[in-house]
Ligand binder design. Structure first.
Ligand SMILES: [Fe+2]
Length: 174
């Protein structure tokens, strides 16, 4: 058992891994990287590895706090990834903040879903997924996924970048 603070995204207990990503960590993901912002924190994850990563049949649980901000007009975002097992989906529950869930399949078909507090979404395992904070407050959400889904960050690295542009999302009122 662990303690889950739904609103803050905080997990307290054993087997919890905390990780941070800065603008510099995501250097290759931005359309126009700004080295002067390299130390700015983009997001933090707290993951409960109740079973080892990769365990068949297990599920894992994590929060992400995605901070507001931009890099040359591009909203702060998570890296995004495909699951290497396309039959393995994922649940995402939004605690607070506003943003976009950007989806993309292997054929390049994209879909943007507006994220709002108190809503839950199912991500099909065949779609790459990335979250984008288009608001002025942290976007805090929870995810649960099969421990053996596998993560492919390389193939997904360039997907739907255009949807992350500030002017694009404002124009589409997302
Ligand atoms: Fe995932």
């Amino acid at each position: 058992m662990i303690k889950t603070d739904f609103s803050s995204g905080n997990l307290d207990g054993s087997s919890i891994l905390r990780s941070q990503k800065s603008v510099g960590d995501l250097e290759k993901y931005w359309l126009n990287y700004d080295p002067e912002k390299s130390e700015h924190q983009v997001y933090e994850t707290q993951s409960w590895f109740c079973r080892p990563d990769g365990t068949e049949g297990a599920v894992l649980w994590a929060s992400t706090t995605l901070f507001p901000g931009t890099v040359n007009g591009e909203f702060f975002m998570t890296r995004g990834h495909f699951h290497t097992k396309p039959t393995h989906g994922e649940l995402i529950v939004v605690a607070s903040g506003h943003g976009i869930l950007a989806l993309c399949d292997h054929e390049g078909n994209t879909e943007n879903i507006s994220l709002k507090p108190g809503t839950t979404y199912y991500i099909d395992g065949s779609q790459a997924h990335r979250t984008i904070n288009t608001g002025e407050q942290p976007l805090i959400f929870w995810c649960s996924w099969p421990a053996d889904c596998g993560h492919d960050y390389i193939t997904a690295a360039g997907f739907t970048r255009h949807t992350n542009r500030q002017e694009s999302t404002e124009r589409n009122n997302l």
